[in-house]
Ligand binder design. Structure first.
Ligand code: PLP
Length: 424
């Protein structure tokens, strides 16, 4: 494979855009090479500027669950464009999307549209604080909730309950109300509630953690979070930006049968356009302006073109639930192929169409075990797969996303590449 045009564009972009990319996850630093620049995408495939074709398992980091440029979604966007790109005034389409969200996720009685997952989580936290009159929140090490100041905290090892910002430019004062617990370790949450009585507004969690690779909740973990928040007068926020419409139309909350107070959505809900949403019980959401005193706004919120893409995507997922069975079956096939060929050197976590190949011989159940992975081994795997036409996330700690456009043919190509990697 040749990457000459990508290299040239990367060099030029690096002069005008930080690191040549508009989001750091797109840089290939963790896999020791420069990014490929994309020209176009269709169905299960993505094509770079040098004309190389890849089976795409990034799917724009999750949104493209129907594959790229699904005809119904593209038609909905084109139709919306012709009626104007934005009005800054309410539309029937926003109501239609709110109704669809409620239909799929009945816990979201009232929801507000925003333009990204970051905004959705930032706003849900503000609502939880406004509603409870408390300042502190609990998040889990290794869970990602967007780049807002108060959530850019993971805390270094040994500083479990201290809250050190992950990023320069975030004053420690902004993160001092963010308490850190360990995913799948209920006792760490219990301890925070005991040490901060009456002060915790909310626990925010990815119900399936998908930003430290993919880590499934242990049986009872989500139920525990539901119980302790209820008992202590805090809200439970499920950040379903990845899992929403991915693990089923009802998201992780339907799959695990645990009902959060507030939910945040993003990625798939925009069908490839910038959309996020947050919502929950009416009684809580009544605190949001203009009904209540918690302010939150957006010039392009509920943008008609983005909303059209979201509606078209969610309608398909709602009307064709068999898609989820196929996605899960294909993803399990990929997981099996990896296990068969790479054996004891990897741990494959898979749920529905989310999967992750960890380069570690141990079971991955939490942050500690996830970060024990051999990231250089992942980099070798990534580079081999890229050179063989399989486009994976350029980091050990990102999920692999399967779309409904992936067929047996792409699965066979993927498995053949995995097999030849194991024999190289
Ligand atoms: C991607 C992601 C976000 C942030 O969404 P953006 O649209 O990138 O701002 C928040 N939470 C989770 C769980 C995510 O995966």
């Amino acid at each position: 494979m040749r990457f000459a045009k990508s290299e040239e564009l990367f060099e030029q972009s690096s002069r005008r855009i930080p690191g040549g990319v508009n989001s750091p996850v797109r840089a290939y630093r963790a896999v020791h090479r420069h990014p490929v620049f994309i020209d176009r995408a269709a169905g299960a495939y993505i094509y770079d500027v040098d004309g190389n074709a890849y089976v795409d398992y990034v799917c724009s980091w999750g949104p493209c669950i129907l594959g790229h440029a699904h005809p119904a979604v593209v038609a909905a966007v084109q139709e919306a464009c012709e009626r104007g790109l934005t009005y800054g005034a309410p539309t029937a389409a926003e109501l239609a999307l709110a109704e669809l969200i409620y239909e799929c996720m009945p816990s979201m009685e009232v929801s507000r549209l925003v333009s990204s997952g970051t905004e959705a989580v930032m706003s849900a936290i503000r609502v939880a604080r406004g509603y409870t009159g408390r300042d502190k929140i609990v998040k889990f090490r290794g869970c990602y909730h967007g780049h807002s100041d108060g959530l850019l905290v993971r805390a270094g090892s040994g500083a479990l309950t201290q809250s050190v910002p992950d990023s320069k430019g975030v004053p420690a004062d902004y993160t001092k109300h963010t308490l850190i617990a360990e995913y799948n370790h209920p006792e760490t949450v219990k301890e925070l509630f005991e040490n901060n009585p009456g002060e915790i507004a909310a626990v925010v969690v990815e119900p399936v953690a998908a930003n430290m690779g993919v880590v499934l909740p242990e049986p009872g973990f989500l139920e525990f979070l539901r119980d302790i928040t209820k008992t202590c007068g805090a809200l439970l926020i499920f950040d379903e930006v990845i899992t929403g419409f991915r693990l089923g139309a009802g998201g992780a909350q339907e799959l695990f049968g645990v009902k959060p107070d507030l939910t945040t959505l993003g990625k798939i809900i925009g069908g490839g356009m910038p959309v996020g949403a947050y919502g929950g019980r009416k009684e809580i959401m009544d605190i949001v302006a203009p009904v209540g005193p918690v302010y939150q706004a957006g010039t392009l919120s509920g943008n008609p073109v983005a909303t059209a893409a979201g509606i078209a995507t969610i309608r398909i997922l709602r009307d064709e639930p068999e898609i989820y069975g196929q996605l899960a079956a294909y993803s399990a096939e990929i997981a099996d192929c990896v296990r068969e060929n790479l054996g004891a050197s990897v741990c494959v976590n898979q749920i529905g169409s989310l999967l992750c190949v960890f380069f570690t011989g141990e079971r991955v159940t939490d942050y500690e075990s996830a970060t024990a992975s051999d990231t250089d081994a992942y980099a070798n795997y990534f580079n081999y797969m890229l050179e063989h036409g399989i486009y994976l996330a350029p980091s050990q700690y990102e999920a692999m996303f399967v779309s409904s456009a992936h067929t047996k043919e792409e699965l066979a190509k993927t498995c053949a590449a995995i097999k030849s990697f194991s024999k190289r």
